[in-house]
Design a protein around this ligand. Structure first.
Ligand code: HEM
Ligand code: HEM
Length: 446
C-alpha cells in the first residue's frame, strides 16, 4: 500500500477529507459520547441521592444533545460524499469500516432514544430539564400508556440502552484499533480524513492531540461534580410561604396594643371583633368559599414539585372564643391531586403512593385548638391517610372580618409514616420524607 499522502486536492474519486462541518460534528460527538458513557456508569452505580439525580439530569441533557447533533450529522452524511477508502484497501476492510460507521449511527441515535424511552415510561415521572434550563417532553405517546404497556416499554428501554452501551464499547474498540492500524501500520491518509492536515505515522501531533483530548474527556467525566443540589424542602416551601403569607407575617386581626401584654381572656375576646355576644360562647359554623386552596409541595431531589388538591371539603365549627368546643374536619379527595403532570398524577394515585382505589380520601380531624399569638392558632388533630392515622398539628393564621374569615396555614408531615411511597419510593433519598401541606381559605359564616 502506498503510504505517503499529501494534502491532495479533491479528486474524481471524492474529497480528501470530511468537510469542516463533518469534522467538527465528529469530534464534538466523540467527546460528548465518551463523557456520557462515564456519566452513565457513575449515575448508574452511585447511591441514589441528590448527586446521582444531578448526574442523571446531565446524562439526559448531554444524551439529547448527542441525539440532535447526530441527526444533523446523519443529514450531512446523506447529502455529502465521504472521502474514498485508501487505494488498495481490501474489500473486507472497506466493509468493516462501513459497518462500524453505520453501527456508530445506530448507537448515536439509538442510545438517546432508548434512554428517552426509559425516562418517558418511568413509574415516577421525573421532568427532564436540559441543562437546567430547557424543559424537554417525554416521548410522545408513551407517557399515557396503561401501566402494563408502560412497564413493557420501560423494560425495552432498559434492555435496549444496556445492549447499545455494550455495542458502543465494541465499536469504539474497533474504531480506535482501525485508526491506529491505518495511522501506524498502513501509514495511509485515513486519520487525515478526520484531522485536516494530518500526516501518517506515530509522530503526527494531531494523533497525540486526539489521545490527550480523549484522556482529558475521561478525566473530566470522572472529576465532574454536579452543583450541589439545593436542599430539597426549602425551595418549594418558601414559594408556598410567599404565596400564602405565613402565619408569622399575618397581621393581628385587630390593632390592640395592650393585647400582647395582657394575655387575659378579655383581650382575646376583643381580637375577633365578634358581631354578636353569643359568638363569645358558641363556635360558629363556616362555609368554605370558592378560591380556597389546599396545596402540597415536595422535592424530587432538586426538582421542586408543587401540587394542589382540587376536591376537598371542610366542616368548620370555630370561634377564637370557643376554642375548647371548636371542631374541624377536612376531607380530601386524593384522586384530585394535580401536580402539573398527568403521568405523575396517575403515579400518585397508584398503589405505591396514595393507593386511591383502596383509600380514596384522606381526613384531618381536629378537636383541639390552641392560641399561640394574636391571630395565630394551632389545630391539633389526627390525619387519616392511606389507612394510617397519625397526630398532626396544623398552625394557621386567622383573620375574621365581619362574616368573613380568612385563614392560612402550613405544616409538614412525614409521608413515610403513612406509607406514601412503597417499594423503591420508601427510601427518602430521592423523595424526602417531609411533605409540606399548606392551605389558604376564605369562609363565610353560615
Ligand atoms: C465515541 C467516539 C467516536 C464516534 C462515535 C465516532 C464515529 C465516527 C463515525 C460515525 C465515522 C464515520 C464518519 C462518516 O462517514 O459519517 C468516523 C470516522 C472517523 N473517526 Fe471516529 N468516532 C469516534 C471517535 C474517534 C476517535 C477517538 C478517533 C481518533 C483517535 C476517530 C477517528 C476517526 C477517523 C480518522 C475517521 C475517518 C475514517 C474514514 O474516513 O474512513 N474517531 N467516526
Ligand atoms: C449517546 C447517548 C447516551 C449514552 C452513550 C448513554 C450511556 C449510558 C451508560 C453507559 C449507562 C450506564 C449503563 C450501565 O452501567 O449499565 C446509561 C444508563 C442510563 N441512561 Fe444513558 N446514555 C445515553 C443517552 C441517554 C439519554 C438521552 C437518556 C435519557 C433521556 C439516558 C438515560 C439513561 C438511564 C435512565 C440510565 C440508567 C438505567 C439503565 O441503566 O438502564 N441515557 N447510559
Amino acid at each position: 500500500m502506498t503510504a505517503e499522502t499529501h494534502a491532495n486536492p479533491a479528486s474524481a474519486a471524492g474529497p480528501v477529507r470530511y468537510t469542516t462541518v463533518a469534522i467538527i460534528l465528529h469530534w464534538l460527538i466523540a467527546a460528548a459520547l465518551i463523557f456520557q458513557v462515564i456519566l452513565g456508569w457513575r449515575a448508574d452505580d452511585g447511591p441514589k441521592g441528590a448527586e446521582t439525580f444531578a448526574l442523571f439530569q446531565l446524562h439526559k441533557s448531554i444524551g439529547i444533545t448527542i441525539l440532535v447533533l447526530s441527526l444533523a450529522r446523519l443529514a450531512w452524511k446523506l447529502t455529502h460524499k465521504s472521502p474514498p477508502a485508501p487505494a488498495g484497501q481490501p474489500t473486507w476492510e472497506k466493509l468493516a469500516a462501513h459497518a462500524v460507521h453505520v453501527g456508530f449511527y445506530v448507537i448515536m441515535i439509538g442510545l438517546p432514544l432508548t434512554g428517552w424511552i426509559i425516562v418517558s415510561t418511568s413509574r415516577i415521572n421525573i421532568p427532564t430539564i436540559l441543562f437546567g434550563a430547557i424543559p424537554w417532553p417525554h416521548l410522545p405517546g408513551l407517557g399515557h400508556l396503561a401501566d402494563g404497556a408502560k412497564e413493557a416499554w420501560n423494560n425495552i428501554g432498559h434492555l435496549g440502552h444496556g445492549l447499545l452501551v455494550k455495542f458502543t464499547y465494541l465499536l469504539l474498540a474497533l474504531h480506535l484499533g482501525a485508526v491506529a492500524k491505518h495511522q501506524i501500520l498502513d501509514r495511509d491518509e485515513v486519520f487525515g480524513h478526520m484531522a485536516a492536515g494530518a500526516k501518517p505515522g506515530i509522530k503526527e501531533p494531531r494523533l497525540w492531540l486526539a489521545a490527550a483530548g480523549f484522556a482529558a474527556v475521561v478525566a473530566a467525566a470522572y472529576l465532574y461534580t454536579p452543583a450541589k443540589a439545593k436542599a430539597p424542602a426549602p425551595a418549594p416551601a418558601e414559594s408556598a410561604a410567599d404565596e400564602l403569607a405565613l402565619p408569622e407575617e399575618t397581621p393581628a386581626p385587630v390593632a390592640a396594643p395592650a393585647a400582647g401584654a395582657a394575655p387575659a381572656a378579655p383581650a382575646e375576646a376583643a381580637e375577633a371583633a365578634p358581631p354578636a355576644d353569643s359568638a363569645l360562647k358558641d363556635p360558629v359554623a363556616w362555609t368554605v368559599q370558592k378560591g380556597s386552596h389546599l396545596d402540597f409541595n415536595l422535592a424530587w431531589a432538586d426538582t421542586p414539585i408543587q401540587g394542589r388538591f382540587s376536591r376537598w371539603t371542610a366542616d368548620i365549627l370555630f370561634s377564637p372564643e370557643a376554642l375548647d368546643r371548636s371542631k374541624l374536619t377536612v376531607s380530601i379527595d386524593l384522586a384530585s391531586a394535580a401536580s402539573g403532570d398527568s403521568q405523575r398524577d396517575e403515579s400518585l394515585q397508584g398503589p405505591d403512593f396514595f393507593n386511591t382505589s383502596a383509600n380514596p380520601k384522606a381526613t384531618f380531624t381536629a378537636t383541639k385548638f390552641r392560641k399561640t399569638a394574636e391571630g395565630r392558632f394551632v389545630a391539633d388533630g389526627t390525619l387519616d391517610l392511606r389507612g394510617t392515622k397519625k397526630p398532626l398539628s396544623l398552625p394557621f393564621s386567622l383573620k375574621i372580618d365581619g362574616d368573613t374569615a380568612t385563614a392560612r396555614g402550613v405544616t409538614s408531615l412525614d409521608r413515610t409514616a403513612f406509607g406514601v411511597g412503597q417499594g423503591e419510593w420508601a427510601s427518602t433519598d430521592q423523595i424526602p420524607a417531609k411533605i409540606k401541606v399548606s392551605f389558604a381559605l376564605t369562609a363565610k359564616k353560615k
